[in-house]
Design a protein around this ligand. Structure first.
Ligand SMILES: [Zn+2]
Length: 420
């Protein structure tokens, strides 16, 4: 008998919070204090760097915080939970560590002759502002946050905040992050350890090509468009943005329109997350192995296609595929973008070079197979991951191809026309 492997996974569970007015001002104070601690720490490190002094360590900053809280100028830092201040310093330290790691990876990549995909670059941490659209504080278990019997969330020095428990928490949370988003909504994001045995094994394996004409195209020939609930939210956002652009600068109506835009943005983000969850769950449930192309979204985002790339939210989606694969005992493969997935015939492997984006269907010069651009790419992604997908279904019947979407990212990007 096969042993049952229990996989422990850290998951986030998010719930809407409804703080009372007094709790909202306590939260605003807490956001402000963590911001000051973060910015002070950043200024100390920047100052040391400019003065040519050694890098202030994590322990240095922590000791400095304790000392500063004892001074009259910063005594008000004592009005909020000490844990959230420490966590704010921890965030700063993580941001610095990510920056140093990315610089090291880039150096090593250059030293190794620039082989493989270029590592993602992470910039230095930046100062936080009260105008940032997302404000957050984090309480760990030793801050003694508690879920009360009446369903409220007790937060130290904030109060007992009402929560909408949209689904049960599977186990004791190890931390909770309280977030205020651009639309002025409050959320509690709990981190919990869950145990989940793997799903029973299944046969199919699949390659996925992520694009803009379709959100995803699968190596078995299936094309997946954005669902209607997401398109509806996007249309509402567009209308809100148009209405905002017509309002006069500095007017009350403009402020109102701005709030509407922020709310519509949040709704689009929610709808998109929902769609990503639905699709990634289905793909992981139905396939034993899944392969996607690493699109290096940060690289693409610098081009004029930035908006479309961000909108498609590929990296959020592939991240979901990755953690769900781990959780349910499936294989997950990420293929480096240096693999020319759109230039190689998935049937015979012949490479016949890049094709302009409007070419959606072509015939392989070597073996005569008719190939659909996106399905061919999805099959190649699967093959690059070593998955044995059948290429036969990737062929298409002769006929008119799918018209090109000019805004798709690819080898020959064309300037995007403004939508009328
Ligand atoms: Zn061929």
């Amino acid at each position: 008998m096969k042993p049952i492997i229990i996989v422990y996974v850290q998951l986030r569970y998010n719930y809407r919070l409804y703080p009372a007015p007094g709790q909202r001002s306590a939260l605003a104070r807490a956001f402000g204090c963590t911001r000051v601690v973060f910015n002070d720490g950043l200024a100390v490190r920047q100052g040391a760097h400019k003065a040519g002094l050694p890098y202030p360590t994590d322990a240095d900053l922590s000791a400095r915080l304790t000392a500063v809280k004892a001074t009259p100028e910063r005594a008000w830092l004592g009005e909020v939970s000490a844990v959230i201040l420490q966590q704010s310093l921890a965030d700063l330290n993580i941001a610095y560590r990510r920056f140093f790691e990315s610089r090291k990876a880039l150096r090593e990549w250059k030293a190794a002759g620039r082989k493989g995909p270029r590592p993602r670059e992470v910039g230095l941490p930046r100062f936080k502002s009260r105008k940032d659209t997302r404000q957050a504080i984090r309480f760990t278990a030793n801050a003694r946050f508690t879920i009360l019997g009446n369903g409220r969330l007790r937060l130290p020095k904030i109060g007992n905040v009402p929560v909408r428990w949209s689904r049960p928490l599977p186990s004791e949370p190890s931390s909770v992050t309280v977030i205020r988003d651009a639309a002025g909504r409050y959320f509690a994001s709990f981190v919990v350890q869950t145990e989940r045995g793997p799903l029973p094994e299944t046969e199919p394996v699949i390659g996925i090509d992520l694009g803009l004409a379709h959100f995803a195209v699968l190596s078995d020939g299936m094309k997946i468009a954005s669902p209607r609930f997401l398109r509806r939210a996007e249309n509402k956002l567009r209308r809100a943005q148009r209405s905002l652009s017509r309002k006069q600068d500095g007017s009350r109506n403009r402020d109102k329109a701005r709030v509407k835009v922020a709310r519509a943005h949040a709704q689009v983000a929610d709808a998109r997350r929902e769609f990503h969850h639905q699709l990634s769950t289905a793909l992981i449930r139905d396939n034993q192995a899944v392969a996607v192309e690493d699109l290096c979204v940060t690289g693409l985002a610098r081009t004029r296609l930035a908006k479309s790339v961000h909108d498609a939210g590929w990296s959020a989606f592939t991240g979901m595929l990755e953690y769900k694969a781990r959780r349910y005992g499936r294989e997950f493969h990420r293929i480096g973008r240096f693999e020319p997935t759109s230039q190689v015939c998935s049937a015979c492997g012949a490479k016949d070079g890049p094709k302009p984006l409007h070419v959606r269907v072509w015939q392989c010069q070597a073996c005569g197979t008719r190939l659909d651009r996106d399905v061919n790419a999805a099959v190649n992604v699967a093959k690059a991951a070593g998955l044995a997908v059948t290429a036969c279904r990737a062929q298409v019947r002769p006929g008119p191809g799918v018209p090109a979407q000019r805004s798709e990212t690819g080898t020959h990007p064309k300037p995007r026309r403004k939508p009328a």
